[in-house]
Design a protein around this ligand. Structure first.
Ligand SMILES: [Zn+2]
Length: 142
């Protein structure tokens, strides 16, 4: 869909964050953020359908099966390479309709009041620059 920012990104990852980590079974795995000015926790990944669909019910059987492997493989990379203690899987899709999921790592010493969906708003969360994301992504690719 021509006015979808996610579809546009898929045409040229370099034009946005430039960090494609894996392409499997109809999905793209990339490192957050979508926009360069968004604060980014190391290992916050996005899993997006290659096709423009907006509902969970629109996934094919193959896409649904591949999603499970990507969640497993993406989260085990975040744990083994970055040492995250817990990984959240979040689907919101309120602002960006193109079906996608976030893998959001929680690191040790995150105060309990910021656990859960609020973790993405914790002001003291770890963050990395776009250049650091590029370096890290070489380790996260699979
Ligand atoms: Zn789209």
């Amino acid at each position: 869909v021509s006015d979808c920012q996610v579809c546009l990104k898929h045409k040229n990852f370099e034009s946005v964050t430039g960090v494609l980590l894996a392409e499997r079974g109809g999905w793209f795995l990339s490192h957050f953020p979508f926009l360069l000015n968004e604060k980014t926790v190391p290992g916050h990944l996005l899993i997006e359908t290659a096709r423009h669909i907006t509902e969970l019910s629109e996934m094919t059987n193959d896409e649904a099966a591949a999603l499970g492997s990507l969640i497993r493989n993406g989260s085990s990379k975040i744990k083994s390479i970055l040492g995250a203690e817990h990984i959240y899987v979040v689907r919101i899709n309120d602002v960006t309709p193109h079906l996608h999921f976030h893998l959001v790592p929680r690191y040790a010493n995150t105060p309990k009041e910021w656990w859960g969906p609020k973790i993405m708003q914790w002001p003291e969360r770890r963050s990395i620059s776009h250049d650091e994301i590029k370096i890290l992504s070489k380790k996260l690719k699979f």
